[in-house]
Design a protein around this ligand. Sequence first.
Ligand SMILES: [Zn+2]
Length: 123
Amino acid sequence: MSPHEVCMLIGHDGEVLWCDESNSPARMPDSRSRWQAIWRLREVLEEVAHSHPDGPLGFSTEDESTMSALTSALGKPLRFSVVAPEGMVSRQGDRDVLVVEEPWWAEALRSASGIRHTPSGLA
Ligand SMILES: [Zn+2]
């Protein structure tokens, strides 16, 4: 399996509500089925996470426009995060914070994305 971006919709207590993947390592095209899932799950949706199998550990310009579109469409604050090989970043308010204690699904997102290695320092 070659590395590719995967998107997960996360609900309360880290429940994975929905998941889809692209066939590209660098770019996740806007997907109609993802928008429909987000809308259907909007009452329970708390976090939108996706992977950057080749990095960077941060949000892309494309991610920024997707995030602002989602926030205004849903009319409620969502948490956004990016999982890269070397770690995980989460947007909290208007700051990007390195997540030290990763949720359980971060490693599942890595393996679904075809990322083989885990962050250094984590057993
Ligand atoms: Zn991205």
